[in-house]
Write a protein that binds this ligand. Structure first.
Ligand SMILES: N[C@@H](CCC(=O)N[C@@H](CS)C(=O)NCC(=O)O)C(=O)O
Length: 203
């Protein structure tokens, strides 16, 4: 499995997922700061020319939500998804789509101060996504209740960015949730890889 990656990007989500799973993979660098994502070869892989992208023996997947879903389905024993017959499958998909489809656009809107339209825009607005997460987390430690899934990986990783951008305070229910997610061994392993990659760039 090849992970097209550059440090300090959304490719970290896929890296974290691969480390959670323990699947063998290797990193293919795409220096997005130097424009390498625009090469014809990479464009063929992901016409959006963005990271992350995955090549699993010729099967190409991009868009972080799709990459996580692909991996969760491919490695069910890792328990990071919900199988087709699992009653939690619906909730799993809902929250997996929620982060890129609602949270990220609402964050972008909030950051840029764009006026938006909570009724017509698919992501509502930042207050609405915040309330949705709050409600979901009232029901359990994780989005699926008792167990951590790829949907938590995606949401917690994105909430960390919301903390860094000062859109949310890293405290209370949100703070505890992100803390629980990043305390996982899989996250520590992914972070070690990311730190090695950052250090290598500085050489
Ligand atoms: N919707 C995409 C967004 C990916 C994305 O925006 N990646 C950024 C890095 S964090 C990127 O590759 N930017 C380079 C570019 O836009 O040229 C996903 O979730 O995978």
């Amino acid at each position: 499995m090849k992970l097209y990656y550059w440090p300090k990007t959304r490719a970290f989500r896929a890296l974290w997922m691969l480390e959670e799973i323990g699947a063998p993979y290797h990193i293919e660098h795409v220096n997005i700061r130097a424009g390498e994502q625009g090469s014809p070869a990479f464009r063929h892989l992901n016409p959006m020319t963005k990271l992350p992208a995955l090549d699993d023996n010729g099967v190409h997947v991009s868009e972080s939500g799709a990459v996580l879903l692909y991996l969760a389905d491919k490695f069910p024993a890792a328990g990071l998804g919900a199988t087709l017959d699992d009653p939690l499958r619906g909730r799993f998909l809902q929250w997996l789509f929620f982060t890129p489809g609602c949270l990220e656009p609402a964050m972008a809107e909030k950051m840029t101060g764009s006026p938006g339209n909570t009724f017509s825009f698919g992501w509502g607005d930042f207050d609405r996504v915040q309330q949705a997460i709050e409600t979901a987390l009232e029901e359990g430690e994780w989005l699926l209740g008792e167990r951590f899934s790829a949907a938590d990986l995606l949401l917690a990783g994105t909430l960390q960015i919301a903390f860094m951008a000062k859109l949310l305070e890293p405290k209370g229910r949100f703070g505890d949730y992100v803390e629980r997610a990043v305390s996982r061994d899989g996250h520590a392993r992914a972070l070690a890889v990311e730190q090695r990659e950052i250090a290598a760039l500085k050489k």
